[in-house]
Design a protein around this ligand. Sequence first.
Ligand code: FAD
Length: 403
Amino acid sequence: MVIGIIGGGASGMAAALAAAENPSAQVLLFERQARLGRKLQATGNGRCNLTNLQAGETGYHGDDPQFPQGAIKAFDPQATLAWFGQLGLLTVAEPSGRVYPYSDQANSVVDVLRFALEKPNIRVITGCEVSKVRKVGDGFSLTAGEQQYACDRVIVACGGLAGTKLGGSMAGYKLLSKFGHHSTRLRPALVQLKADWGALASLKGVRANCHGKILRDGALVAESTGELQFTEYGLSGPVIFEISRDVCQGAGQWRCALDFLPHVQEAELLRMMENRKATALSAEELLTGILHNRLGRVLTRAAGIRGGYIRELEQEQLLAVCRAVKAFEVVLTEPMGMDSAQVTAGGVITDAFDPATMESKLVSGLYACGEVLDVDGDCGGYNLQWAWSSGRAAGLHAGRETL
Ligand SMILES: Cc1cc2nc3c(=O)[nH]c(=O)nc-3n(C[C@H](O)[C@H](O)[C@H](O)COP(=O)(O)OP(=O)(O)OC[C@H]3O[C@@H](n4cnc5c(N)ncnc54)[C@H](O)[C@@H]3O)c2cc1C
């Protein structure tokens, strides 16, 4: 029995290893890029946040947020870590639940998978794009380059559109559409947000801890606490990724409200600033030592303070600085595009797939897993967990002798 797997990313490699657990299954793993796991290698800023201990009942989105539950329960973060342990990967969990390789190198994750794939019943074919899949009798014919490959079962593990430079493409959606599978609208998720604020250029590269809220016409849409990073075009960093889903998708004014001192009450901040009145410091130093210097100066200016000394500031002016620090609002214009996004929101409609096996309900022997499906997870390891769990479910089932 031959199982053709299209895509040698996270879910495709998990599927190949699961299918090959049946020694009589012959696995063909096709990867269009020169090597396996190219995107995986870039994950988590090169550290690869491979799962999150909290991944489970919550943290997943799509038209049917329950769809991923079956596969994730069957192969949960603990089972995933035990599996990686068997493959030889040492991991470490952070207090937040995010899990990384102990080496802090995404390469380690790709390497253990690559080594595990060196099995007699797995053939890895890299630099080989599958351009066509046809149903032939009970099986399939795959066209890759000039070659045709006959397969009994096919797993589409082509990933989503996000991260275009790392291999994100429309390929999986297109291959599945030929079999009657439709997709929902694709949007970038876990993505930087563009903002309309003149001071951004001077803040480029500044990092700050903050509580961020997305507001649509003043109403709260999403909120989170974590690290923010300013870029020349807008806002980035984990806190922004977490609240970026579906921002600016719809009418209204979209804003991001930022509290740069979420653990300090306004009264306490006011006291800290009042204490500086006894100094000979210039007004632009009001927040020095409290926030990043550049951010402190920008916020002081944004509160209307221009020149002079701290000792000359009125109470009203100190209160204005407090508001700038605790409730700064930036107008959002749009999210960055798919090439910058970490994950695709939307994808192939999951109603037409079995949540336990990832098999198509339209075409027997056809499977899909990973990001190509309409499932996207929160920031922090949820998306890779989905790739491992769905890939394993598809591989185990496709690798069985009889269905
Ligand atoms: C910069 C970045 C950082 C990220 N960091 C994290 C993180 O730390 N933690 C986390 O959980 N998630 C992270 N993600 C998301 C995560 O990487 C993806 O959700 C996950 O890789 C999806 O797995 P997949 O197998 O579905 O797709 P992919 O890993 O994208 O693999 C799909 C593979 O299929 C190949 N392919 C496509 N079409 C064909 C074809 N026709 N023929 C042959 N091969 C084909 C592609 O080249 C690709 O290698 C990050 C994403 C990006 C872009």
